[in-house]
Design a protein. Sequence first.
Length: 169
Amino acid sequence: MSKVTVIMGSRSDASIMSAAFSTLNELGLSFEVRVLSAHRAPRALIEYVDSLPERGCQVIIAAAGGAAHLPGVIAGLTDLPVIGVPIPTKMMGGLDSLLSIVQMPGGVPVATMATDRAGAKNSALYAARILALADDELAGRLAEYNRKQTDNVVRQQIFGSDEIAASET
């Protein structure tokens, strides 16, 4: 039983979404990955999304590029939270994907992340935050993840006087 399901519009999206996969793994969250197109396989998408609640899924991450209808179509099919990840495209660098996902009509919510790997990573973290509301153990792992991230940033800001002097020359 996977609480998180990642649906990608194309197998090529996996290179970007690997940032979500590694973050989900790091947080100890099991997940399932499927490739389903809102345009090329709409019936299969409907059947799959309809099956998710009974299979234990609680959050869906949907990644798509170009017209990027996948997250919105999924949000229209389910009451589960949907997190959209805009995949960069060759023509517009992902702006087209971002605008398609973020401009959902009222009543069809999609939590839209940034484009590219940062958005993929943040989709996993956002899914974890949703699930952590009802899972104290996950909340602890998420807090530890955030503490380590903060410690890494703080460590990078500490310079010795010799490093500062060298940077001024």
